[in-house]
Design a protein around this ligand. Structure first.
Ligand code: AHR
Length: 496
């Protein structure tokens, strides 16, 4: 069977916000400490304490934005702990993530330095759960005010005369859980109070991003928006926020590195569900906010496997196989197809935690299949998403409870820049290639200008410190009128 992909250049969906290819780093396990921050005196090569190898790798995926400091850590974090001379910073207990001592060596100025070194914009998440509006407001003044205030002078004394220009700010994290265990109505009340004091302090427009649901939870979204909109008879305060951040973890099936063919498909199917989650929550938001002044953000997403055996259970370290590469590709394609609905997305997390792009161990570093997908998909950033019809069949698989599920054999997305088209296509079949004809509009099936493929002979393949290049993208020879996509593969084609 030949599968058909038809790109409709007449039907533009919208611009793919570069921030959809965003990142997330939390004070969790070895994400920040060892993964990013090693300190200026470390034998590991660093620039002002930040690992050079990790910065070099991240620059390769053109990170548009990084979210920090959490996650659950954010609502237990007090920003003043992380500014000023490092030797004088307090030591606190990281209660969420293993009860380890947080030295606060990495704080606001170090995070801003990381952003500068990799070329990303900062997205800072504030503390609603255990913090106060005054503390949150002061953090923004500290980061953004250019004039002669005490907090701006403090920033200058800490080495930064100029403001950091933070324009993306989270009003808490998972406030239905670790961020205060609130009801949506309670949280909407907190947002009304906190957001009142969240000024941009001259940064030029602050996007206050409220906490959205855990996955597909309509009661949180509806309850929050009804309360913020003042229904049934109060004043609407929708204008206080500019973003709403849902979290979608597709979970696991098997373990990070051990799974059957059925579990391979099970995880891919759950990854694909993100598209419905986005569409449903945006539709609900549209009832309150039809002009889409409040952007839908997916500020945590990814696969969540059991931790690597022998590692700390609260450090959430996991390997990353070609299956995770497909999870990333299918998710990013879904976001591209929903370019009119998603304004930012942040994979969880960038280094050493959950679906990481980079793993480190002492002085060694490797890039994962997920990393390679971000590198391959980078041309989609900021491009115009085009409607792309994929005519394919579905692959059936067995579910743990005895039922059956299915996934499309082929999925993808296409975007356009002045330089031409970028088409990404995933063959989800664990063992069979897919013969595909790609048509651009009603025309024929031209030969692509380039074709880059990420795959592996074994669906469990992953990169290790001893074999860091087992799963890496390679160039394939473009063919026409059909392309034979290898089994379990991610393909990026360009047309000029
Ligand atoms: O990414 C790990 C954790 O997952 C985050 O801290 C939290 O927001 C989510 O539950």
């Amino acid at each position: 069977m030949t599968h058909e992909v038809v790109v409709d250049a007449e039907r533009a969906i919208g611009r793919i916000h570069p921030e959809v290819y965003g990142h997330f780093v939390e004070h969790l396990g070895h994400c920040i400490y060892d993964g990013i921050w090693v300190g200026e005196d470390s034998p590991i090569a660093n620039e002002r304490g930040i690992r050079r190898d990790v910065v070099g790798a991240l620059r390769g995926v053109r990170p548009p934005v990084i979210r920090w400091p959490g996650g659950c850590f954010a609502d237990d974090y007090h920003w003043r702990d992380g500014v000023g001379p490092r030797a004088e910073r307090p030591r606190r207990v990281n209660a969420h993530w293993g009860g380890v001592v947080e030295t606060n060596r990495f704080g606001t100025q170090e995070f801003m330095d990381l952003c500068r070194q990799v070329g990303a914009r900062p997205y800072v998440c504030g503390n609603v759960g255990s913090g106060s509006p005054a503390e949150m407001r002061d953090w923004l003044e500290y980061m953004n005010f250019a004039g002669d205030s005490t907090l701006a002078a403090l920033r200058a004394r800490n080495g930064h005369a100029g403001p950091f220009g933070v324009t993306m700010f989270g009003v808490g994290n998972e406030n239905w859980g670790c961020g205060g265990n609130m009801t949506p109505e309670q949280y909407a009340g907190e947002v009304r109070r906190f957001a009142t004091y969240l000024h941009d302090f001259g940064a030029g427009g602050l996007r206050r991003i409220a906490c959205g649901p855990s996955g597909d939870d309509p009661s949180w979204t509806r309850g929050f928006f009804e309360a913020l909109a003042g229904l049934p008879d109060g004043p609407s305060k929708l204008g206080l926020i500019q973003g709403f951040g849902l979290h979608y973890y597709c979970g696991t099936a098997g373990t990070a590195t051990e799974y059957t063919d059925d579990q391979w498909y099970e995880l891919l199917e759950r990854a694909l569900r993100v598209e419905g989650v986005v569409a449903r929550h945006r539709a609900m938001m549209d009832e309150f906010d039809p002009d889409r002044r409040i952007g839908l953000v997916v500020d945590e997403w990814g696969a969540w496997h059991p931790v690597t055996p022998g590692t700390h259970p609260r450090f959430l370290r996991q390997q990353n196989t070609v299956r995770d590469g497909l999870v990333a590709a299918l998710t990013l394609d879904a976001f591209n197809r929903q370019a009119d609905k998603v304004v930012m997305a942040n994979i969880a997390q960038t280094v050493n935690v959950l679906q990481a792009l980079v793993l480190t161990e002492a002085e060694r570093m490797l890039t994962t299949p997920t990393y390679h997908v971000y590198a391959m998909y980078a041309p989609h950033q900021g491009a115009e998403s085009l409607a792309t019809e994929v005519a394919t069949d579905r692959i059936g698989f067995g579910l743990p409870g005895g039922g059956r599920g299915s996934v499309p054999r082929l999925a993808g997305s296409c975007s356009r820049t002045a330089g031409g088209l970028t088409l990404s296509l995933v063959n989800t079949h664990a063992g069979e290639p897919a013969e595909v004809a790609v048509r651009l509009g009603r025309g024929g099936a031209p030969r692509p200008a380039s074709w880059r493929v990420l795959t592996a002979e074994d669906i469990h393949a992953h990169n290790t410190f001893d074999e860091p290049a087992r799963v890496v993208p390679v160039d394939a020879e473009p063919t026409a009128p059909t392309l034979r996509l290898p089994p379990a593969s991610i393909n990026v084609l360009t047309y000029v």
